[in-house]
Design a binder for this molecule. Structure first.
Ligand code: PLP
Length: 826
C-alpha cells in the first residue's frame, strides 16, 4: 500500500506494541483484568458476564493505544491534516472479535474461558455482544469500514457521530409481516465506551440574532450540552486505534430545585427530557415527515459539537484560528452534516471575528462532500420556516453565501434566470426550502460520487449545473469494504487457503489477491475452495436451523440477496424468478433441476409500504413453495429476519450466488456486492454501480451480467416504456404475474399483492418486466455452470483474484491523495 506522505507520514511509528501477535505481557495483563472482573463469582460466569469481563480486560490496552495515537498525531500535527469524518450513521456491528484479534488475545480469551468449568464457549460469548447498529445500511457501514482503514493507514483522524440510545430497529416477523421493535443495544451499558468527562460543548437552538456595531451574534433560546463519548476502533498490523467520537446530549443546567421541593417533580426536570430526546433514535432513512424537526436538531447538534471540538484541538496545537483549514479536513458523509459549513462560518465570523472572505476561504479549504444517491426524493431539503425557528443566524449566513454565490453564477452565465433559480440554495417552488446538497457543493473544494458510473451520472444529471460551473470540483472515488472484518474475520478457512496458495502478502495489501488468478484453474485449489465453501454452508445451515427452525440443505446452490428492501434494489424481480422456477418445476418435476435455496434478508423502512409488502410476499411464496411435495428439495425459499452486520458475517462466506440486480443507474455503488465476491460468491448483476468496476477487474466473463444498461433505460423511458408488451410476449412472465396477482400465494386474500403487481403492468418505474427474460436467462447460465463444480470453483477464484481494488484501504488512499491532502501543501 502506498501511503501518501502529505497527510499520513508512516515514518513515525507509534510507540506501542504492534498488533496481531500474542504478547506475553499483554496476555498476562488481560488475564489478570479478567480474573479481577469476575472475582466475586464462584460459579461459572454467564455468557453476559464473560462478555463484560473480556471487554473490560481489553480496555486498558485500548486506552494506552488511544493515548499513544493521539500523542503521535499531536507531535506530527504540523504539516499534517487531520481528517474529521462527519456522519449521522456508523453501522459498526460487534467489536470484541476485532479487538482481540488485533491485540493477539484470541488464545488468551479462549484460555480464560476454559479456566472456568462450565463457562460459555468463545463463540457463545462473541455472539452475546449486541451489534452497535447506529446506521441504516450501506452509507453507515461504509463509515465503519473507513474507521478501520484510517487506523491501518495511520491517518490522523476522528469519526464524529451521535450516540443514539436506539439504533436501527430490530426486525421481527409475525405471520410473514415485518414488525419493528426498538433496538436496545445499550440495555447493559456500553463497556467499550470512554466517556471524556472534560469534553463538553454547549449547542444552541432558537432565539434571536443581535447586532452591535456591525457584529452579529446569536442568542439561542435553548442550550443543550454535547458530551463526548469515544468508541475506539483498533487497527490491524499497527499499534494505532481510530476514534469514533459520539455526542451524547445532556441538559445544560440542573433540575429546578425549588420547583422540585414544591412537589412538581416532572416539571422540575422537563429540560432533561428535552435534551434526551436528541439521543433517542436513529432516523430511518426512508422515513416520512414525522419528527423532522428533531432530525434537523440532531444534524445541527452533530455539526456544532464536532466543530467546537475540532477548533479547540486546533487552537491547542496551532494557537491561531486562521490556519484551521490548512490543518483540518471536515468531510461530509452525504448531506446530513451539511450544516457544518454554515456553523463553521458562524463560529469564525461571530466568535473569532474573522472577515467574510477570510472565513469563507478557511471553510472551503476544510470542507469536502460525498454524494451517495441520485434519487431526487432523497436529496435533503429543509423548510426555511424551520431554520427561522431553530437556526436564525445560520439562515442569515446561508442567505449571504447564496447571494455571493448567485452573483458569481450571474457573472459567469449572464441573463440565465432559469439557471439562477435552479442553482439557488433556496428552492422557491412552493414552501421555501434550503437545498442541503447545493449548500454542501458550494462550500466544498471537492465533491465525489462513490462509483465510476454514479460519479458520471452525478455530473450529468442532478449536479450538471454545478459541474458546468466548477468541473474541477467533481471526482469519483469508488467505495470499498474492510477486508479485515469481511474476509479475515468472517471467513478464516478461506483465508488459510489463500495463505497456502499465494502467501500472506494479500493481508497487508489486498491487491496481492491478483496472484490467485494464475492458480485459479488448478484442480487441487478448486477442490479446497469447494470444501471451505461447503463448510461455511454447513455452518450457516446449522445457524438457520438453530435460530429460525428452518432446514436448508448445503447440497443446494445458495442464492442470496441480503440488503435493505427497496424497490430499486428489485427484490421483487428475484421473487418473479423464484415463482417462474417454481412453476417450471411443477410443470416438469422429473427434469434435472439444480437444487437451489434462495435466501433473503433485509429490513424495510417502517413507513415504506411496498417494501413491507415485498417481505410478506417472500414469506407467502416460501410457505407455498417449501410445502409443495412436487418441489421437494429442488427449491427452497427462506427469509432470515433481522439483517445486520453480524448476520451478514455468517451469510456471506456461505453464499454461492450474489444477487446485485438493481435497475441500471439506481445503485450508487453497493458494497454488499464486494463482500460477496471477496468470499468467493459469483455475482448475477446488472451493469450498475460498482458491479461494473468489479466486472472489469475480474473479467466481465466471470460475472453473470444481464439487463438494460443506463443509456437503454433512459432511452426507453423517453420513448414511452410499455411494460405490458413484455408480459404479452412472455407466457412464463404472464403466468408469474397472474399467480401473484391472483392470490395463489395469498390464499384467503387474493388481492393482497395486487398493489405490487398492478404497477408493474402500468408504469414499472424500475423496469422489472423489461429485464425479466434476460434475468431468467442469466439464471439458467448459473445453473449450467453450477453443474460443473471445477468450472464453478475456477470462476469463484477468479472473482476473488479481481477484488484487490475493493478494499477501503484503496478508497481511503484515494481520498487522501485527491480530496484530503491540502493542495497548497502538495
Ligand atoms: C454491506 C452492508 C450493507 C450494504 O449492502 P448493499 O448490498 O450494498 O446495499 C447494508 N447493511 C449491512 C448490514 C451491510 O453489512
Amino acid at each position: 500500500m502506498s501511503k501518501t506522505t502529505v497527510a499520513a507520514p508512516a515514518h513515525e511509528p507509534v510507540a506501542v506494541r504492534a498488533g496481531d501477535q500474542a504478547d506475553p505481557a499483554l496476555t498476562q495483563e488481560f488475564t489478570t483484568a479478567w480474573k479481577r472482573e469476575l472475582s466475586q463469582r464462584s460459579d461459572a460466569p454467564s455468557p453476559d458476564a464473560c462478555l463484560r469481563a473480556a471487554i473490560v480486560a481489553c480496555r486498558p490496552e485500548l486506552a494506552d493505544r488511544w493515548a499513544a495515537t493521539q500523542a503521535a498525531d499531536a507531535k506530527r500535527a504540523r504539516g499534517v491534516r487531520r481528517v474529521h469524518y462527519l456522519s449521522m450513521e456508523f453501522l459498526m456491528g460487534r467489536a470484541l472479535r476485532n479487538a482481540v484479534s488485533v491485540m493477539g488475545l484470541d488464545d488468551a480469551l479462549k484460555a480464560a474461558l476454559e479456566s472456568h468449568a462450565g463457562a460459555a464457549s468463545l463463540g457463545e460469548v462473541l455472539e452475546q455482544e449486541p451489534d452497535a447498529a447506529l446506521g441504516n445500511g450501506g452509507l453507515g457501514r461504509l463509515a465503519a469500514c473507513f474507521l478501520d482503514s484510517f487506523a491501518t493507514l495511520e491517518l490522523p483522524s476522528f469519526g464524529y457521530g451521535l450516540r443514539y440510545a436506539h439504533g436501527m430497529f430490530a426486525q421481527a416477523i409475525q405471520e410473514g409481516r415485518q414488525v419493528e421493535l426498538p433496538d436496545e443495544w445499550l440495555r447493559h451499558g456500553n463497556p467499550w465506551e470512554f466517556v471524556r468527562a472534560e469534553l463538553r460543548y454547549p449547542v444552541g437552538f432558537g432565539g434571536v440574532v443581535e447586532s452591535s456595531g456591525g457584529h452579529r451574534s446569536w442568542k439561542p433560546a435553548e442550550e443543550i450540552v454535547a458530551q463526548a463519548c469515544d468508541f475506539v476502533v483498533p487497527g490491524h498490523a499497527t499499534g494505532r486505534v481510530s476514534t469514533l467520537r459520539q455526542w451524547h446530549a445532556q441538559p445544560s443546567r440542573p433540575i429546578d430545585f425549588a420547583m422540585f421541593c414544591r412537589g412538581e417533580h416532572m416539571a422540575a426536570g422537563q429540560h432533561y427530557e428535552a435534551a434526551d430526546t436528541l439521543n433517542w433514535v436513529l432516523y430511518p432513512d426512508d422515513s416520512t415527515a414525522a419528527g423532522r424537526q428533531l432530525r434537523l436538531k440532531q444534524e445541527f447538534f452533530l455539526c456544532s459539537a464536532s466543530l467546537q471540538d475540532m477548533i479547540a484541538r486546533h487552537l491547542r496545537e496551532h494557537a491561531e484560528i486562521d490556519t484551521f483549514g490548512r490543518h483540518n479536513v471536515v468531510h461530509l458523509n452525504d448531506t446530513h452534516p451539511a450544516l457544518a459549513p454554515a456553523e463553521l462560518m458562524r463560529l469564525l465570523l461571530d466568535v473569532y471575528s474573522m472577515g467574510w472572505e477570510e472565513a469563507w476561504a478557511v471553510t472551503t479549504q476544510a470542507v469536502s462532500y460525498t454524494n451517495h444517491t441520485l434519487m431526487p426524493e432523497a436529496l435533503e431539503t429543509w423548510p426555511v420556516r424551520m431554520f427561522e425557528e431553530l437556526l436564525p443566524r445560520h439562515l442569515e449566513i446561508i442567505y449571504e453565501i447564496n447571494r455571493r454565490f448567485l452573483d458569481e453564477v450571474g457573472a459567469r452565465f449572464p441573463g440565465d434566470t432559469g439557471l439562477i433559480a435552479r442553482m439557488s440554495l433556496i428552492d422557491e417552488n412552493g414552501e421555501r426550502r434550503v437545498r442541503m446538497a447545493s449548500l454542501a457543493i458550494v462550500a466544498s473544494h471537492k465533491v465525489n460520487g462513490v462509483s465510476a458510473l454514479h460519479s458520471k451520472l452525478m455530473v450529468q444529471t442532478i449536479f450538471a449545473d454545478f459541474a458546468a460551473m466548477w468541473p474541477q470540483r467533481f471526482l469519483n472515488i469508488t467505495n470499498g469494504v474492510t477486508p479485515r472484518r469481511w474476509l479475515m474475520q468472517a471467513n478464516p478457512e478461506l483465508c488459510e487457503l489463500l495463505d497456502r496458495h499465494i502467501g500472506t502478502d494479500w493481508r497487508a495489501d489486498l491487491h496481492g489477491l491478483k496472484a490467485l488468478g494464475a492458480k485459479a484453474a488448478g484442480k487441487k485449489i478448486g477442490q479446497e475452495f469447494l470444501a471451505t465453501k461447503r463448510a461455511n454452508k454447513e455452518r450457516l445451515a446449522e445457524r438457520v436451523r438453530r435460530d429460525f427452525g428452518v432446514t436448508i440443505s448445503p447440497d443446494s446452490l445458495f442464492d442470496v440477496q441480503i440488503k435493505r428492501i427497496h424497490e430499486y434494489k428489485r427484490q421483487l424481480l428475484n421473487v418473479l424468478h423464484v415463482v417462474a422456477r417454481y412453476q417450471a418445476i411443477v410443470a416438469n418435476p422429473g427434469a434435472d433441476w439444480v437444487p437451489r435455496t434462495v435466501i433473503f434478508a433485509g429490513k424495510a423502512a417502517s413507513a415504506y409500504h411496498a417494501a413491507k409488502l415485498t417481505i410478506q410476499l417472500i414469506h407467502d411464496v416460501a410457505r407455498v413453495v417449501n410445502a409443495d411435495p412436487r418441489v421437494g428439495n429442488k427449491l427452497k425459499v427462506v427469509f432470515l429476519p433481522n439483517y445486520g452486520v453480524s448476520l451478514a458475517e455468517v451469510i456471506l462466506p456461505a453464499a454461492d450466488l450474489s444477487e446485485q440486480i438493481s435497475t441500471a443507474g439506481t445503485e450508487a455503488s453497493g458494497t454488499g456486492n464486494m463482500k460477496f465476491a471477496m468470499n468467493g460468491a459469483l455475482t448475477i448483476g446488472t451493469w450498475d454501480g460498482a458491479n461494473i468496476e468489479m466486472a472489469e477487474a475480474m473479467g466481465v466473463e466471470n460475472m453473470f451480467v444481464f439487463g438494460l444498461r443506463t443509456d437503454a433505460v433512459a432511452k426507453m423511458k423517453s420513448w414511452g416504456y410499455d411494460p405490458r408488451l413484455y408480459a404479452e410476449e412472455n407466457f412464463a412472465l404472464q403466468q408469474v404475474l397472474d399467480a401473484i396477482g391472483g392470490g395463489v400465494f395469498s390464499w384467503g386474500e387474493p388481492d393482497r399483492y395486487r398493489s405490487l403487481v398492478q404497477p408493474l403492468l402500468h408504469r414499472d418505474p424500475y423496469m422489472l418486466l423489461a429485464d425479466f427474460a434476460d434475468y431468467v436467462h442469466a439464471q439458467e447460465q448459473v445453473d449450467a455452470l453450477y453443474r460443473d463444480p471445477a468450472a464453478w470453483a475456477e470462476r469463484a477464484l477468479r472473482n476473488i483474484a479481481g477484488m484487490g481494488a475493493f478494499s477501503t484501504d484503496r478508497t481511503i488512499a484515494e481520498y487522501i491523495e485527491h480530496v484530503w491532502a491540502d493542495p497548497k501543501a502538495r
